[in-house]
Write a protein that binds this ligand. Structure first.
Ligand code: FE2
Length: 408
């Protein structure tokens, strides 16, 4: 067992015991212990890895799938200390059935906190409501944040460096604070632990039909949607949206779902649209290695307010944030046979434009929109006739993509 974490664990145990293991005091106690011991300054990551690999004297390890991976560094009947390695970067928006505190030992992360308002329970494991972004901060190496169980602490993390390592001091479980909801913005909360196994198997079977090109796929999905309740219908339609769209059957499926469930489907539609947007950006992240570009993708993925984006960019990069964004855009811009791509915005080729012209025109419009807002095209008196129409088209495409948060 690593001596640093043995000492830290024993110290936390002694202090909490003196407080009669009062759960309400634990997050602050854990936070103070991490801030005082500061693993980021005093633990050598390479030594920790070597010790864990070469010494058999280790605490009991769980079979948890959380972290990439999770190492238990100190174990006690009341709480434990874990190190979480992160390679991919992002966690779902979630709440916890445990409490304690976490400390950024290596790397840095964007931390977003939320509230879930006007929650309406559809079933014990599925809720609809309004997920509102509360705060966004950049957690640098050495930052420590308390964790409270239940709805008071809904958050997500996007880890910027690979690997990022977090140290967590946490209780095993706080009874009565579950389920440990995962949130799909802007309106859905679901319990990821209590997934209905029949629905899981049905989704997998539908995936088989998708991959084998079954001719009755769409008809079967529609029949299911006609039969199923709202919660299970949501899981099926979420699973099948991509293939139904490819088949040109999405409108038919959605009309049926909307007819069956009435106004309850409005928040579900907005959630499905957001899932598609986030999936596209997350898939891009897999191909983006530059840490600055990953940082920018994380901001677009997680933030809803232009001022938050500009503030976080300024906190990490000197100079004007709009100039930095434009540089990133010029590095990220790509094209293929369908048009010019700026992340998830596609601007189709226009007849009279050569390959070298349209990308620079897109960047020029982006520059104007970033500096002057959505009315930039109208204000630019030099843009008239067909040129103004091209600018307007580029603007529409940017405004209907993840760039919109910056251009409002
Ligand atoms: Fe968390």
């Amino acid at each position: 067992m690593d001596p640093f974490f043995k000492k830290l664990g024993e110290s936390v145990y002694d202090q909490w015991k003196k407080a009669n293991f009062d759960l309400t005091l634990f997050p602050d106690l854990a936070r103070k212990a991490l801030e005082k011991s500061k693993p980021s300054a005093h633990v050598d990551l390479q030594e920790l890895i070597h010790e864990f690999l070469l010494q058999d004297d280790q605490p009991f390890q769980t079979a948890s799938g959380f972290g990439q991976p999770e190492l238990i560094l100190f174990d006690n009947p009341k709480f434990y200390i874990q190190a979480l390695f992160w390679l991919d970067g992002t966690t779902d928006i979630h709440q916890h059935e445990f409490s304690g505190a976490f400390h950024v030992m290596a790397g840095s992360s964007i931390h977003s906190t939320y509230e879930f308002e006007k929650a309406k329970q559809i079933t014990a494991h599925f809720r609809l409501g309004d997920l509102k972004l509360r705060d966004v901060t950049l957690l640098k190496t050495g930052s420590t944040v308390p964790i409270t169980s239940g709805r008071a602490c809904i958050h997500s993390l996007f880890h910027l460096e690979t690997p990022s390592v977090t140290i967590v001091i946490r209780t095993h479980s706080d009874p009565g604070t579950g389920p440990q909801f995962t949130y799909l913005p802007p309106h859905v909360a679901l319990d990821p632990i209590q997934q209905d196994a029949l629905t899981t198997r049905r989704k997998q079977l539908l995936d088989v039909l998708e991959q084998t090109g079954a001719p009755d796929y769409a008809d079967l999905v529609l029949e299911m949607l006609d039969e199923l309740d709202l919660e299970r219908g949501f899981f099926i339609i979420q699973n099948c949206i991509g293939h139904l769209r490819n088949l040109g059957e999405w409108d038919r499926a959605w009309s049926l779902f909307a007819r069956k469930h009435g106004s309850a489907v409005i928040p579900i539609k907005q959630t499905l649209e957001e899932i598609i947007r986030r999936d596209a950006l997350t898939a891009m992240r897999a191909t983006v290695e530059d840490v600055e570009h990953r940082f920018f993708l994380a901001l677009l993925l997680n933030l809803e307010r232009r001022e938050d984006l500009l503030r976080l960019i300024t906190s990490r990069h000197r100079g004007n944030a709009a100039t930095t964004i434009l540089r990133w855009a010029s590095e990220l811009i790509q094209f293929d046979e369908t048009g010019v791509w700026l992340l998830d915005a596609r601007i189709p080729w226009m007849n009279d434009h050569e390959e070298e012209e349209l990308p620079s025109l897109v960047l020029e419009v982006l520059d104007h929109l970033l500096k002057n807002g959505g009315s930039a095209v109208k204000k630019q008196s030099g843009w008239k006739g067909s040129q103004a129409a091209k600018f307007a088209l580029i603007k529409v495409r940017l405004m209907s993509s993840s760039w919109r948060v910056l251009l409002r």
